[in-house]
Design a protein around this ligand. Structure first.
Ligand SMILES: [Mg+2]
Length: 118
């Protein structure tokens, strides 16, 4: 894990423990929380088209909300990783290697289809 990510994880755990919230952070509830926060992230895109959504990324207030919801998802993912001993960087690098095998550029380039349909 990178130093910055390790520092962030330590800060997050300290934040949790200062509030005695570890007892609420079951694996089940952490996983549900990722989905709930992902829903809040998706709310930012609800009812507007792609062009409007992308235009809003230049609005400081919107960027702040986007940053906060991305962070909420990310922080719950870090809590899941900390609880289960998964190194998020190692896991993501491994998944990238898997994805490279699943989606070879000569088959996947410019195509938005699942690997099973390549
Ligand atoms: Mg949120």
């Amino acid at each position: 894990m990178t130093d910055r990510l390790a520092d962030l994880t330590r800060d997050l755990i300290a934040f949790r423990d200062e509030r005695d919230w570890k007892k609420f952070h079951t694996l089940k509830d952490l996983i549900l929380s990722v989905g709930i926060e992902a829903g809040e992230l998706m709310e930012l895109a609800q009812w507007i088209d792609t062009a409007e959504l992308e235009a809003r990324t230049t609005d400081p207030a919107f960027r702040q909300r986007l940053s906060e919801e991305v962070s909420d998802v990310f922080l719950y993912l870090l809590l899941i990783c900390e609880k289960t001993g998964i190194d998020p960087i190692d896991a993501a690098m491994h998944k990238m290697a898997v994805n490279r095998r699943k989606y070879p550029p000569e088959k996947a380039r410019g195509r938005a289809v699942k690997y099973t349909d390549l």
